[in-house]
Design a protein around this ligand. Structure first.
Ligand code: GDP
Length: 445
């Protein structure tokens, strides 16, 4: 359960947060307990092991941010690593359903919430994206299940394929496809039959349906309360059918964070949605931050660390302003500026935010001046020695060659960077000389 993992980690970090500094041994002890906690929360062993290793790599050698304790810092690192593991590619909840009619295959065990989720998702696509959706039940063994989908369809205003007695699942899938094409539907959803456990017959049936439907998305619906079993189910379906995403249901209850974590790590497939109740609108996109927050239950520490990091950045910026006002603007300052630019979404992002600059942002993008260039410039600065960074005027041909080689760039690129730096520091000198009412001094107040 979420609480278990959260309490467990809470205990570990309580101890750490009470200490002034963190030794290697402390990090190891803490992470050993993190691993036990993850295992207890039903995270599979290899996943827990990898997770802990990732955290250890990040924690080791990381400078501890001033004004927070090392233990708090570890919490933040664990939190970020959880989000890393949980995050899939692309927009959360995005589905590949462009070429109409796009088939979505819904698979899973009986009772996992497959039929309910089919209807919830159909409603979501209709309401939020204006899609015309057709739903079809393929559960020929359970007439009640077919009936259930028809009732839900009426309730949410989504069409269902008429039930024809005696038809097999493959025939139903074919009929759904024809009807979807002829009826001008954007999406058709195939709600396959479930069984209480995975068996060969179920898999063969789903496979046959998959082969005729050629689905754009194959979503596995699993009960988030079943922990490790859910992970086995996911692995089985992925090996055999090939899934494109997971929907975790019953996350309104005491769902285990562990299931989400290992399912993501084991299958590599994104968790796209979570079911949060029986009602038709109780389906939300999966948000790694929220699950990580729930697993850790230490949101305020994470916020505190973020705040502390911001404060430190602000202090550094103020120091830089002071130096700049005195006409001292070195390569370290330039690097900080470049990093800041990347953080703010690069050139385009910054310009896009300024009124009237939208068009220029586009031109910048077209000219290929993006984060890549900023990163290359930072790499060149990183290849300089401490002395060179403080006084770039000492850079002669041989030094330039070494720096270019070290950063995988051309000397001409380095020259461009140096020119930019010269122009910027000239400008800053001028601004600094503007006396008491100078712009920088004004800005610093
Ligand atoms: P299927 O056999 O996989 O098609 O499962 P159903 O869709 O029939 O769902 C089984 C039961 O679980 C129904 O009573 C649903 O209302 C319920 N259910 C489905 N999703 C959720 C959810 O996210 N939260 C809760 N609390 N109940 C759910």
């Amino acid at each position: 359960m979420f609480e278990n993992l959260s309490e467990r980690l809470g205990g570990v970090f309580d101890r750490l947060t009470k200490q002034g500094s963190l030794s290697d041994e402390d990090v190891k002890t803490a992470l050993r307990e993190v691993r036990v906690a993850l295992l207890e929360a039903d995270v599979s062993l290899p996943v827990a092991r990898d997770f802990v290793k990732a955290v250890q790599d990040k924690a080791t050698g990381q400078a501890v941010t001033k004004s927070i304790t090392p233990g708090q810092q570890v919490v933040k690192i664990v939190h970020d690593a959880l989000i890393d593991t949980l995050t899939g590619e692309g927009e959360p909840g995005a589905l590949k359903i462009d070429n109409a009619p796009a088939p979505i295959l819904m698979v899973g065990l009986q009772g996992g919430g497959k039929t309910t989720t089919t209807a919830k998702l159909a409603k979501r696509l209709k309401d939020r994206e204006g899609k015309r959706v057709l739903m079809a039940s393929l559960d020929v063994n359970r007439p009640a299940a077919m009936e259930q989908l028809a009732i839900l369809g009426k309730q949410i205003g989504v069409d269902t394929l008429p039930i024809v007695k005696g038809e097999d699942p493959v025939a139903i899938a074919k009929r759904a496809k024809t009807q979807a094409s002829m009826g001008g539907y954007d999406v058709y959803m195939l709600d396959t039959a479930g069984r209480l456990s995975i068996d060969e017959e179920l898999m063969q049936q789903v496979e046959a349906v998959r082969n005729v439907a050629n689905p754009r998305e194959t979503l596995l619906v699993v009960d988030g309360l079943t922990g490790q079993d859910a992970v086995h189910t996911a692995q089985n379906f992925d090996d055999r059918i090939g899934i494109t995403g997971v929907v975790l249901t019953r996350m309104d209850g005491d769902g285990r964070g562990g299931a989400a974590l290992s399912m993501r790590a084991v299958t590599g497939k994104p968790i796209k949605f979570v079911g949060l109740g029986e009602k038709m609108d109780a389906l939300e996109t999966f948000e790694p931050e929220r699950i990580a927050g729930r697993i850790l239950g230490m949101g305020d520490i994470v916020a505190l660390v973020e705040k502390a990091q911001e404060t430190i950045e602000a202090e550094q910026a103020e120091k830089m302003m002071k130096r700049m006002a005195k006409g001292q603007f070195n390569m370290n300052d330039l690097r900080m500026q470049l990093e800041q630019m990347i953080k703010m979404g690069g050139m385009q992002g910054m310009m896009g935010m300024m009124p009237g600059m939208g068009k220029m942002a586009k031109q910048v993008e077209e000219a290929g001046f993006d984060d890549k260039i900023l990163k290359q410039q930072i790499a060149m600065i990183q290849s300089m020695t401490k002395k060179e960074r403080a006084a770039p005027q000492i850079l002669q041909a041989s030094r330039k060659k070494r720096i270019a080689r070290g950063s995988g760039m051309e000397v001409s690129e380095l020259n461009k960077l140096l020119k930019m730096h010269r122009q910027m520091s000239d400008m800053m000198k001028k601004m600094g000389k503007m006396g008491k009412g100078g712009m920088l001094k004004q800005a610093m107040k």
